[in-house]
Design a protein around this ligand. Structure first.
Ligand code: ADP
Ligand code: MG
Length: 230
C-alpha cells in the first residue's frame, strides 16, 4: 500500500536572519490509507504550520512531501490546487459555511468546482449529509443549526468529493461537549468506513478517538504512538 502522506526532512522557517522562526525543524512522517491520526502539541509547537504543509496551503523551506504518491514540490500552482481539491477534505475550527445558503447547497459547492451536473451534485451531497446524520436538515440554513450540526455540514462538504484524506485543524475548538461528541462520532464512523483522518488538536478528548497520536514540540515530532501502547 502507498502512503497517503509521505514526508521527510520537512522544514519551515518564517523570516530570516536574527528574527527567523524555525517552525518546523525536520519532520519525517508517513500516514497510510485508513489511519486515524491525531497531531498534538502545545500552542506554538508548529501544528498549524505542519497542517499548512500537509494541506499544500504553503510551501516548506526544505524537505520532501508526497501526497498520495504525487511529489508536491514538483508541481506548479495550478497542479497543486487541483491536487489539493482532489485529495484533501479540509475541516477548520470555524466552520466556514456560506451563510444564507442551505446545508445541502453548502455541501454541493465543491462539486460545482469539480464540474458535476446538478442532479449528480444533489445526489452526492445528500449522501454526504446522510453520512454525517443530517439528512433531515438538508434545507436548513447554517444559522438554523447548532455548532455541532454546522461542523457536521462542514465535514460532509469535506468528504463529498471523495478525498484521500480528511485534514482537520482544531475541529472541535469552537464546540461545547455535546457537539464535540457529535463531531468525533462522525469522524469515528468515517474512519470505520475506511477514510483516512488526520486531526490537529490540543484536546486529549479528541486525541483519545484516534488510533495513533503524534506529539509535536518545538517543530519536531517527539513521540508517535499507537493507541493502547503506553
Ligand atoms: P501551533 O499551531 O502549534 O500553535 P504554529 O504552527 O502556528 O503553532 O506556529 C509555530 C511557530 O511559528 C510559532 O513560533 C509561531 O509564532 C511561528 N509562526 C507561525 N506562522 C508564522 C508566520 N506566518 N510568520 C512568522 N512566524 C510564524
Ligand atoms: Mg495552530
Amino acid at each position: 500500500m502507498r502512503p497517503v502522506i509521505a514526508v521527510s526532512g520537512l522544514r519551515k522557517t518564517y523570516g530570516s536572519g536574527d528574527t527567523a522562526v524555525h517552525a518546523l525543524r525536520g519532520v519525517d512522517l508517513d500516514v497510510m490509507p485508513g489511519e486515524y491520526v491525531a497531531i498534538m502539541g502545545a500552542s506554538g509547537s508548529g501544528k498549524s504550520t505542519l497542517l499548512n504543509m500537509l494541506g499544500c496551503l504553503d510551501v516548506p523551506t526544505a524537505g520532501e512531501y508526497e501526497l498520495d504518491g504525487f511529489p508536491v514540490s514538483e508541481l506548479n500552482e495550478r497542479q497543486l490546487s487541483l491536487l489539493r481539491n482532489r485529495k484533501i477534505g479540509f475541516i477548520f475550527q470555524s466552520f466556514n459555511l456560506v451563510p444564507r445558503t442551505s446545508a445541502l447547497s453548502n455541501v454541493e459547492l465543491p462539486l460545482i468546482y469539480a464540474g458535476l451536473r446538478r442532479a449528480a451534485r444533489r445526489e452526492r451531497a445528500l449522501a454526504a449529509l446522510e453520512m454525517v446524520g443530517l439528512s433531515d436538515r438538508a434545507k436548513h440554513l447554517p444559522s438554523e443549526l447548532s455548532g455541532g450540526q454546522q461542523q457536521r455540514v462542514a465535514v460532509a462538504r469535506a468528504l463529498v468529493t471523495g478525498p484521500a484524506m480528511l485534514l482537520a485543524d482544531e475541529p472541535t475548538g469552537n464546540l461545547d461537549r455535546a457537539s464535540t461528541a457529535e463531531v468525533l462520532g462522525v469522524f469515528d464512523r468515517l474512519n470505520a468506513l475506511g477514510r483516512t483522518v488526520v486531526v490537529i488538536t490540543h484536546e486529549d478528548e479528541v486525541a483519545a478517538h484516534a488510533h495513533r497520536v503524534i506529539r509535536v514540540s518545538d517543530g519536531v515530532i517527539v513521540s508517535d504512538l499507537l493507541a493502547g501502547v503506553a
